[in-house]
Write a protein that binds this ligand. Structure first.
Ligand code: NAP
Length: 456
């Protein structure tokens, strides 16, 4: 007992020292600090039991990206004016496979955001059980209001530089906020032109006519719901007849709504960055898909077609709507302590993070203290990158699987992620805490591979 106590104290002080180092080395990068803190704090039991991870300096090495590339992206807008944006690619860790992670185009993108996403990605990719390392990229380019020609010119300029650092066995980007099938298509075309090779496996989320996988578009949203269904079934519940609130109305949200509805739930609200709609009869997904995927309109337009529904400007109040299941699928830190308390006081049973880091550390504490089933992003939304890895596998074999084949594999992967998170939480004395479970399960595989490969 005494011995165990000492090991825990040593692990705690190691974690605290490395966390201080991360803050000192990356000043003012609050999102990155937050992501590191969430993971590091939950690793104390595994470090106490396996001091080899401390001896091998695993946390110091994991918290420092293997490579961080920042580059200029010049382009010419429709008025003939030269614009300059900043591009990033962070290659965090390649211990278990080539770097893999999405590209985000959003004005808020900076080194902190890209590093938090890349850091998370390393553990998420490990959790999928597939051989992919962690990376992420993006630009502070704002796609809103840009013409198709402007999107193409910007994206080509972005890829002209990025192409120097990626490849099917090196680093394989995909989409994220602001980057969908259109942007991936332009990036793929530019990469092919520069390299003079048709290397399908260099990007995922491609169109079906040039190497994309059926089921990739749906994967993150469907996977989110599959994971939450596993959590619910463990206590004898399911999505059927439950009231659900989903934030966002982009790729993840739309397919989370679709799968939740297929499982018999009533989704009563969704949002965009301007506001949210509440439809007590249940969101009409066909309208949302058309407005967002086809016409590029604001979610406020929903109420002109469904006048019984209400639109509210601003995003955070969406969490004041009473629901059984909350699926934050928009962006980071969208659920703070106040929103978490509101959800709890309205009786929420389960929260599944479709977006990356949508809950603050304080919000997660509120969910845990109130025994809400809480599924953390790196486990819940791993279905997207898992199907991306399946896309890479199909590209290598020059084969295409059916939608059903991909969907069956996705369901299996989400079940395995849930199981391994539950088991790791139990093994390390935190039963039911999937934050701890997912972090430890993701960590161990990467850490062991790093030790095997030596200090390189
Ligand atoms: P998306 O298609 O671009 O949709 C993003 C949605 O979130 C839009 O409705 C957007 O509204 C809203 N949003 C964006 N920034 C916001 C902000 N600051 N405040 C409020 N709402 C905001 O992106 P996505 O691919 O669905 O990604 C959503 C989240 O899931 C992100 O956290 C992403 O990292 C994560 N994720 C995505 C995947 C994937 O495969 N796509 C995989 C894993 C995780 P507007 O239309 O007004 O901008």
């Amino acid at each position: 007992m005494e011995h165990q106590h000492t090991e825990t104290e040593i692990a705690k002080s190691y974690v605290a020292d490395v966390y201080e180092l991360v803050k000192k080395r990356n000043p003012n990068e609050n999102e990155f600090h937050q992501a590191v803190k969430e993971v590091f704090d939950s690793l104390v039991p595994v470090l106490a039991k396996n001091p080899k991870y401390i001896r091998h300096g695993i946390l110091e090495r994991m918290a420092e990206p293997e490579r961080l590339i920042s580059f200029q992206v010049p382009w010419i807008d429709d008025h003939g004016t030269i614009q300059v944006n900043r591009g990033f690619r962070v290659q965090f860790n390649s211990a278990i496979g080539p770097y893999k992670g999405g590209i985000r185009f959003h004005p808020s993108v900076n080194a902190s955001i890209i590093k938090f996403l890349g850091f998370e990605q390393m553990f998420k990719n490990s959790l999928t059980g597939l051989p992919i390392g962690g990376g992420k990229g993006g630009s502070d380019f704002d796609p809103k209001g840009k013409s198709d020609q402007e999107i193409m010119r910007f994206t080509q300029s972005f890829m002209s530089e990025l192409s120097k650092y990626i490849g099917p066995d090196v680093d394989v980007p995909a989409g994220d906020i602001g980057v969908g099938a259109r942007e991936i298509g332009y990036m793929f075309g530019q990469y092919k032109k520069i390299r003079g090779h048709f290397e399908a496996g260099v990007l995922t989320g491609k169109g079906l006519t040039y190497g994309g996988s059926l089921g990739r578009t749906e994967a993150t949203g469907y996977g989110t719901v599959y994971f939450v269904e596993e959590m619910l079934q463990d206590i004898g519940l399911s999505f059927a007849d439950r009231t659900v609130v989903v934030s966002g109305s982009g790729n993840v949200s739309i397919y989370a709504i679709e799968k939740a509805q297929q499982l018999g739930a009533k989704v009563v609200a969704c949002s965009d960055s301007s506001g949210y709609v509440f439809d007590e009869q249940g969101i009409d997904l066909a309208t949302v898909k058309r407005l967002k995927e086809v016409e590029g309109k604001r979610i406020s337009e929903y109420v002109t077609e469904h006048p019984h529904a209400q639109y509210y400007p601003g995003c955070s109040n969406i969490w004041s709507i009473p629901c059984d299941i909350a699926l934050p699928c928009a962006t980071q830190n969208e659920i703070d302590e106040i929103a978490a308390n509101l959800l709890v006081s309205n009786g929420v049973l389960a929260v599944g993070e479709g977006a990356n880091m949508p809950s603050t550390l304080q919000a997660i504490d509120v969910f845990h203290e109130n025994k809400v089933l809480f599924g953390p992003a790196k486990a819940v939304n791993a279905g997207g990158v898992a199907v991306s890895a399946l896309e890479m596998a199909q590209n290598s074999m020059r084969l295409s699987w059916s939608f059903e084949e991909v969907d069956t594999k996705l369901q299996e992967i989400m079940k395995n992620i849930y199981r391994s998170s539950v088991e790791a939480a139990r093994e390390f004395n935190a039963p039911g805490n999937l934050v701890v479970g997912a972090n430890i399960a993701g960590f161990k595989k990467v850490a062991d591979a790093m030790i095997s490969q030596g200090v390189i």
